[in-house]
Design a protein. Structure first.
Length: 364
């Protein structure tokens, strides 16, 4: 399975990389011309502020400006060490990216082989009384994170394919680059799709302004399809993290771990929610009382307490929007169930024998 996956990824990159390189080189050649035209428009604008901005912009936009300056300085001084060090830096960056890419597959492969053994070894560290709980927490967290990763990968692929079909159909320039960017930026929560639309609009404005409206319209339609169809069907309830919790997670993990933390905010928030679910929400405010006996009264008490717990769980996990009338109705039912349980306690408790007092002034 992993060999087939590696071969599929290799074939994917072997097919797309030449096309991406061709479109990228053409875009790099056309962007400076677009920059010059827009700069002249700003310099000739009627607004003094726009003219000042246009006059302060550099005359030329050259992507190789820094590298060319470095190379010219090295040749002028006869010192080639800077060029060599720059080449070594590029080689190290490419090597590290390749190593990281291969390492992800290797870690996934060995985790699939030794997952049960690693989990058992980790559970041995936990006290024996808590191992069942730890196993349940681990399984729940693994299920949520795995569901998120699979769903996010499928979303990225779907958005990339839909964007590619739409951009090629309308004849947009650099359609493949825009489609790949749309798929990759889908991994960034909330702001990624917006950035993809902005980048696609800028590319269309630079290369084919007459396609700008079509590109923006297609991007917005694809985002609407994603929000209304793809996300509910693909992601479903595999993660189930509230939007507010997600935003707080992005802010917290993003400030702690940077861009990587923002990317991992949703699965990390899902793990935190698993622990909160177990230690806070699933801890009953009114724990089931001990029930003695095996008579019908004890059975009814057990069923009443079980019904009360089901009602509390229903109120916590209701997926729909809050409804005051429905909440009030369920709370009244819970109160009635509690009253029934108290009545059953009184019925099942035998009355204490009362002492008989002798009449005043008399004897038995």
């Amino acid at each position: 399975m992993y060999l087939a996956l590696v071969l599929a990824v290799a074939a994917f990159f072997a097919t797309l990389v030449p096309l991406l390189a061709e479109q990228g080189s053409r875009m790099v050649q056309e962007v400076p011309t677009f920059y010059q035209e827009r700069r002249e428009d700003l310099r000739g604008a009627s607004s003094q502020l726009l003219r000042r901005i246009g006059n302060n912009l550099p005359e030329q936009l050259d992507f190789s400006l820094v590298a060319g300056t470095t190379r010219q300085q090295a040749e002028a001084t006869g010192n080639q060490e800077s060029v060599v060090s720059q080449g070594v830096g590029y080689l190290a960056s490419v090597s590290w990216s390749l190593f990281s890419f291969v390492a992800v597959f290797l870690i996934g492969y060995f985790w699939t082989l030794d997952r049960d053994q690693i989990v058992r070894a980790g559970l041995l560290v936990v006290p024996i009384d808590s191992r069942e709980t730890a196993q349940a927490l681990w399984d729940s967290a693994e299920q949520k994170v795995g569901g998120y990763v699979r769903g996010q990968a499928l979303l990225m692929l779907s958005i990339g394919v839909l964007s590619g079909i739409a951009f090629f159909a309308i004849g947009a320039p650099s359609a493949l680059i825009m489609a790949v960017l749309a798929g990759v930026l889908e991994a960034v929560p909330y702001v990624g799709p917006l950035i993809a639309v902005v980048v696609a609009a800028l590319i269309a404005l630079a290369e084919a302004p007459d396609k700008l409206g079509w590109v923006i319209g297609a991007s917005l339609v694809i985002q609407q399809i994603e929000n209304s169809i793809l996300v509910p069907r693909i992601m479903g309830r595999t993660v189930g993290v509230n939007a507010i919790v997600t935003l707080l997670g992005i802010a917290a993990f993003g400030s702690l771990l940077g861009f990587v933390g923002a990317l991992l905010a949703i699965p990390l928030a899902a793990i935190v929610q698993v622990f909160l679910d177990h230690w806070v929400l699933h801890r009953d405010a009114q724990p089931m009382a001990a029930i003695d006996g095996r008579d019908k009264t004890a059975l009814v008490r057990y069923q009443a307490q079980d019904l009360a717990q089901d009602l509390r769980e229903r109120i916590r996990s209701r997926p729909s929007s809050p409804d005051d009338d429905e909440d009030s109705f369920e709370e009244r039912i819970e109160a009635v169930v509690g009253d029934i349980d108290q009545i059953l306690v009184q019925v099942s408790t035998p009355a204490a024998p009362q002492a008989v007092s002798a009449p005043a002034g008399g004897t038995f």
